[in-house]
Write a protein that binds this ligand. Structure first.
Ligand SMILES: [Ca+2]
Ligand SMILES: [Ca+2]
Length: 72
């Protein structure tokens, strides 16, 4: 394997592992106080979720239920 191919392979591994780390932030991980909903403060752990918080909070009660969180 050339050093160029090795570099490409390394980048691919690095990218896939960072995607995996992002995916690891599931509902239960984000729900720090275990009340069954993700508050805005708890959502800060996940930058993308935090940015989409208002759109995802369908009933606009300031928290994401598991159902609201699971919605794409
Ligand atoms: Ca919570
Ligand atoms: Ca809600």
């Amino acid at each position: 394997m050339s050093s160029f191919s090795k570099a490409i392979a390394l980048i691919a591994i690095t990218c896939s592992s960072s995607v995996f780390a992002f995916e690891a932030l599931d509902f239960n991980t984000l729900d720090v106080n275990d009340d069954g909903a993700i508050s805005l403060v708890e959502a800060k752990e996940d930058a993308e979720l935090f940015n989409q918080f208002a759109q995802r909070d369908a009933d606009q009660n300031g928290e994401l239920s598991k159902e609201e969180y699971s919605r794409a």
